[in-house]
Design a protein around this ligand. Structure first.
Ligand SMILES: Cc1cc2nc3c(=O)[nH]c(=O)nc-3n(C[C@H](O)[C@H](O)[C@H](O)COP(=O)(O)OP(=O)(O)OC[C@H]3O[C@@H](n4cnc5c(N)ncnc54)[C@H](O)[C@@H]3O)c2cc1C
Length: 360
């Protein structure tokens, strides 16, 4: 079976690996990360970064299940590709008893190995965090931490190629059943899977079904000595109106070490591909960056920050807050809707997209 996968990001690259492994004749179609995002006029992806939190714990059992399935295959992907992308730094969720009760229920239902920490336990284990006094935590020491989304994409693509998948670096203008339209012409497949992240509605040429939200992250540069002092720092999400997420020290391609904090005070919807492109080129919102700086100074009062930069990204949300992985017609299926949580579990989401194709 000839399968075209549109979108060489996290889900598309995962789907391509699974399809090629299953013996399909796969072509993965999509551009690489642009060299200069600020001037790039084409499509962008939500994986142009070095840090994404990975863990089993979640507020909803669905995300626990797909994350567990993916994390269990990280060693397989690393072995097939020879590319390491996972750092077992541990992961912490912290919040009020009501919030942590929800996490605990999902963990019990799905058998997650996680340690409950009361307010004193949180303070003793992570003295560098200053949480509100009523916060408790759920801490995963093993099989949790962070992944490099860039390196995961590279690993999936290398492994897919090892299994025989072809790669076409091109932007897709549209799809019609099993046909894919690019600037270079029309390609015919038995099945097409569209996994184009924030551009999925545009590629499918359908009225907007995903809410694509602008996201700003702030990167706080620290020195190597400080990074060594924070060696036990896990990745963290904690309860606050901005839904903040914090990555421990990571060395970026510019050679510098950053702690990264994200979390937006409001969901700003980007209407259409032009608005999404403009947002990536804008590089983030300075007001959100300043708010994030105030937040990290409150959460980690002893952190010595050398400099602050920001970056832009988008998250794609479905109305039921679950990924959209379904067949649209005989030759066309879709795999999208990371809902802000689709990196850690992208291998399983891509596998589910591949499974849809194999059922045809
Ligand atoms: C700031 C931020 C922080 C996040 N933090 C986390 C986290 O800590 N943990 C976590 O699990 N998740 C996190 N996420 C979510 C995660 O990154 C996304 O859910 C994930 O990237 C979605 O994968 P995807 O394959 O759907 O989209 P993408 O990774 O964006 O891939 C889509 C691909 O489609 C391609 N494409 C688009 N249009 C076309 C076209 N016309 N033709 C060809 N190709 C096209 C793009 O080039 C891109 O490569 C975060 C997201 C953001 C923005």
């Amino acid at each position: 079976m000839r399968v075209g996968v549109v979108g060489a990001g996290l889900m598309g690259s995962a789907a391509a690996r699974h399809l090629a492994k299953a013996g399909c004749d796969v072509t993965l179609i999509g551009p690489d990360e642009p060299e200069d995002k600020r001037s790039h006029q084409g499509v962008h992806g939500s994986h142009y970064d070095e840090g994404r939190i990975t863990r089993h714990n979640a507020l909803k059992p669905f995300w626990v299940e797909v994350s567990a399935a993916s994390i269990a295959r990280y060693p397989e992907i690393e072995a097939e590709s020879g590319i390491a992308f996972f750092t077992e730094a541990g992961a912490l969720m912290a919040g009020s008893d009501a919030r942590m009760g929800q996490v605990d229920l999902a963990a019990q239902l799905c058998g997650v190995e996680s340690h409950a920490l009361g307010p004193d336990g949180l303070r003793d284990t992570f003295p560098f965090f200053d949480f509100p006094p009523d916060f408790s935590g759920a801490y995963e020491r093993r099989q949790a931490g962070h992944i490099s989304p860039r390196r995961l994409v590279a690993a999936q693509q290398k492994a897919a190629a090892e299994h025989g998948a072809k790669r076409l670096i091109a932007e897709v203008r549209g799809v019609e059943g099993g046909r894919v339209i690019t600037d270079d012409g029309l390609l015919a497949f038995d099945q097409v899977l569209v996994a184009a992240g924030g551009w999925t509605d545009a590629v499918l040429g359908r009225p907007p079904q995903l809410d694509v939200y602008a996201r700003t992250v702030a990167l706080f540069e620290i020195d190597a000595e400080q990074a060594a002092r924070l060696a036990s720092m896990p990745s963290l999400v904690y309860e606050a109106p901005e839904d903040p997420y914090l990555l421990p020290p990571i060395r970026y391609p510019d050679g510098r070490i950053y702690v990264k904090l994200g979390g937006d005070p409001e969901d700003v919807r980007l209407d259409g591909p032009e608005a999404v492109g403009q947002w990536f080129r804008a590089g983030g919102n300075a007001d959100v960056r300043d708010r994030l700086e105030a937040m990290i100074r409150a959460l980690m009062p002893t952190l010595a920050i050398r400099g602050v930069t920001m970056d832009a990204c988008v998250t794609s949300w479905t109305h039921d807050r679950l990924p959209e992985i379904r067949r649209l017609d005989d030759g066309l299926s879709v795999c999208t809707g990371g809902n802000g949580a689709g990196a850690k579990c992208s291998d399983e989401l891509g596998r589910r997209g591949a499974a849809l194709i194999l059922e045809n």
